[in-house]
Ligand binder design. Structure first.
Ligand code: OGA
Ligand code: MN
Length: 195
């Protein structure tokens, strides 16, 4: 994974989280959603925040600090190992993490974007963990990641959101979008920050 980040700036790691642990995170995601603990995701930050149906259709629940459940703590522990490893390898000075569970309802998508708010550069590395067991080709919901830095054209990868797969990339470098999902799609998305 670190080699891929060094060579390509992005990486896909199947089975980064075991099936048993992914299932526990998936159940937590589902149960919290049913309890009404999610809200519609928006775009922008502070006063420019707005919910924009034409841009993204996911629902999110932010995680707090070191995780508020055993399942979240487990994920946070893995993220902490990853943070230290990325800092050792790339001298990034990553020190904080913000992340949320996300659910895309059937038909949900997220138009092409970069993971930085206008005028900011604190998000350095994006980390996504997929929580969909039995995801089949044809279910849609692929992450389309353009692999040329700063470009929204040319070569791209289509990554299926399969259970336990982790995707990592430099947040300011790669345009990406979530293609329409034909069934509900779950994940945890977050960012390591420098400040
Ligand atoms: C995001 C995002 C991609 C995915 O939440 O910013 O791009 O595959 N998610 O869930
Ligand atoms: Mn994104």
């Amino acid at each position: 994974m670190l080699d891929a980040m060094a060579n390509d700036g992005w990486s896909v790691t199947p089975d980064f989280v075991s099936l048993a642990d992914s299932l526990r995170l998936q159940v937590e995601c589902q149960v919290s959603f049913e309890r009404g603990e999610f809200h519609r995701a928006g775009v922008g930050k502070g006063e420019s925040f707005s919910v924009r149906d034409e841009l993204r259709r996911d629902h999110v629940m932010w995680m707090v600090d070191s995780g508020s459940s055993p399942e979240q703590k487990l994920w946070m522990k893995k993220l902490e190992m990853l943070r230290v490893a990325l800092n050792q390898q790339f001298f990034l000075g990553l020190f904080a993490y913000d992340g949320h569970f996300a659910i895309y309802p059937q038909g949900g998508f997220y138009q092409a974007h970069l993971d930085r708010h206008a005028g900011t550069n604190d998000r350095i590395v994006t980390v996504i963990l997929y929580l969909n067991d039995d995801w089949q080709s044809g279910d849609g919901g692929e992450l389309k990641l353009w692999t040329t830095v700063g470009e929204k054209t040319g070569a791209f990868q289509l990554i299926e959101p399969r259970m336990g797969t982790m995707v990592c990339f430099f947040a300011g470098d790669y345009w990406h979008e979530v293609l329409p999902a034909n069934k509900p799609r779950m994940s945890i998305t977050g960012w390591f920050r420098q400040s």
